[in-house]
Design a protein around this ligand. Structure first.
Ligand code: NDP
Length: 300
């Protein structure tokens, strides 16, 4: 069997276009423009790339983008003051503090200082609890993107057996909660899971969020299963020339594609969905703040 390649690039472009349509309607009908504030502390090169990309895509969707760049030595109290100002600013509907923060800061304290209604990353303890208890929440962007791809592939997920590999707070755990909410039978596998191959082999849906290049081989996959690869790993690629590198996922794409029904590639799978879902979350936060209906198909 050769798996269908799930095209996250194409799907995320559809999500962004859908967001832009809703934003235009919000402006025309209600005079409201959703606004996203992104805060970057320090000069981590990868974070700078993400923040630039987020700002660009926010503006392209017709929203307002507010960027706050603070020096690495910023005191935590100054960052908390900025967060408080953004919480109080009616033009700001979404706040994202780019992680990781410098070592002298307490990430949990900063994230939990964000107004949960504006917490478009979905990391605030209150949103984590709301998701876990089935209440309306802001949902972390990467798992939301995976869920959208899965719903698009399957239609209903009800009754499917799902295995999430990885139990981090930003991907694995919220992913498992979302799958449970869509009535999957969910197992979370991690570094201590005994006979992980056998566990994964039971799944109709496999979500790999491990951070280990090409760890999941084809012979772990049940024939016809749908495999979502969240991993982004840079590996040496001498075949491309001396000193060259390339990106791979947590899944061994070539062998998995021989067995699976569908699989996301890396790059071009889950990656582009993350920012698209950030825009979707900002729109959702704006609609909720204005007591307007949430955009259909863009929430969990
Ligand atoms: P973390 O390092 O926080 O978590 C990794 C998880 O994988 C842990 O739960 C760990 O288990 C588990 N794990 C590690 N080794 C093994 C193993 N040998 N077998 C089974 N499980 C194992 O990573 P994240 O969740 O933050 O990210 C995972 C991957 O997703 C990374 O490659 C990251 O770059 C990527 N990512 C991609 C995003 C995107 O936009 N596409 C967004 C976020 C992340 P244990 O808890 O037992 O240690």
């Amino acid at each position: 069997m050769t798996a269908t390649r799930i095209d996250g690039k194409e799907f995320s472009a559809r999500v962004r276009a859908d967001v832009a349509t809703h934003v235009a309607r919000l402006k025309a009908d209600h005079g409201i423009t959703p606004g996203l504030a992104v805060v970057l502390v320090g000069e981590d090169p990868a974070s700078q790339v993400y923040v630039r990309s987020k700002g660009k895509q926010t503006v392209e969707a017709g929203m307002q983008s507010f960027e706050h760049k603070l020096p690495v030595e910023t005191a935590q109290s100054d960052l908390l003051n900025l967060v408080a100002r953004l919480n109080a600013d009616p033009a700001v509907h979404g706040i994202l503090v780019q992680l990781p923060l410098p070592d002298h800061m307490d990430e949990a304290a900063v994230i939990n200082a964000i107004d949960p209604a504006k917490d478009v990353d979905g990391f605030h303890i209150s949103n984590v609890g709301r998701l876990a208890t089935g209440q309306s929440a802001m949902v972390p962007c990467t798992p939301l993107g995976c869920l959208m791809l899965l719903r698009d592939t399957f239609g209903s997920l009800s009754g499917k057996t799902a295995v999430v590999i990885g139990r981090s707070n930003i991907v694995g755990k919220p992913m498992a909660q979302l799958l449970l909410r869509d009535s999957c039978t969910v197992t979370i596998a991690h570094s201590r899971t005994a006979d992980i191959a056998e566990v994964v082999r039971r799944a109709d849906i496999v979500v790999a969020a491990v951070g280990r290049p090409q760890m999941v081989p084809g012979d772990w996959i049940k024939p016809g299963a749908v495999v979502i690869d969240v991993g982004i790993n840079r590996i040496d690629a001498p075949e491309l020339g001396e000193g060259k590198t390339r990106l791979v996922g947590d899944v061994d794409f070539d062998s998995v594609a021989q067995v699976a029904g569908a699989v996301t590639p890396v790059p071009g799978g889950v990656g582009p969905m993350t920012i698209a879902c950030l825009l979707a979350n900002t729109l959702t936060a704006c609609c909720r703040a204005a007591n307007l209906p949430e955009p259909e198909g863009l929430t969990a």
